[in-house]
Write a protein that binds this ligand. Sequence first.
Ligand SMILES: [Zn+2]
Length: 307
Amino acid sequence: MNAAVHYPIGIPGKPWGTVEKAEWLARQTRQRSYAHDVLAAIDRLRARFDVTQYGEIDHGGERFALLAIRSRDWRDDLPCVLVTGGVHGYETSGVHGALQFVDTRAADYAGRVNLLVAPCVSPWAYERIHRWNADAVDPNRSFREGTAVPESAALMRLVAPLRDRWLVHVDLHETTDSDESEFRPALAARDGKPFAPEGVPDGFYVVGDVEDPQPEFQRAIIAAVANVTHIAPADAKGEIIGSPVVGHGVINYPLRELGLCGSVTNARFRTTTEVYPDSPRATPAQCNAAQVAAVCAAIDFALRHGA
Ligand SMILES: [Zn+2]
């Protein structure tokens, strides 16, 4: 046991109750503006895209409109593509990569697919640069029927009417140094479990679904992103964050079992991107560009192989 690793809230081995969660919440501070960074950017897209509000988050009276961007030329005969960002609010390039994709590349797919982009699923956490929502819950473990987690429930309601129409879903994420220094220790403390360091992979990788891994699809995304930023190598055990590497830069998770956003549709082609913004070899611009490249590669592959 490493005696140095004790999260400052709660008693080791004892799951948090309401007191500990309140203590955690009191430590969270607003560090950036969803209205300024996200809503204003969406406003600038309204001349070219339709914008719909699909819900509202209300944490203690603080309200956030949940917005989705849709193709203006939406046609019922076209396959649908879902892009989600900011399911983990702190994962900045997921949010800004989604917005950059709409701004710079979405027009390339006009008349070929219907695009639905939810760029910032968890806005309270975007402002706090945190993984959890204000209830100390991870929205990305909460995509389950009947979920009480508002960020996840709103997205599930948004995509449900198009249940059998999805061709592609790309869920944009990051793996950061703060996962290992803050968020995984906090998770262990919250659940009364010991924290076991896993290390942080240096580079981009993707997560497929163990139930339907689509290796050629994942490979096409890795090949495209490798032109923008470096791909994470397997560690000494042949793993990335504890999962076996099944292809260069590719691991698989049981998406539905874990309640991950990647299981929110039945799209034939689904992937979760993991950009590494803390690498000395990657700039914020590169991280956004990696997300955009991943989305485009995913749609391009799907149109070649599945539409
Ligand atoms: Zn994430």
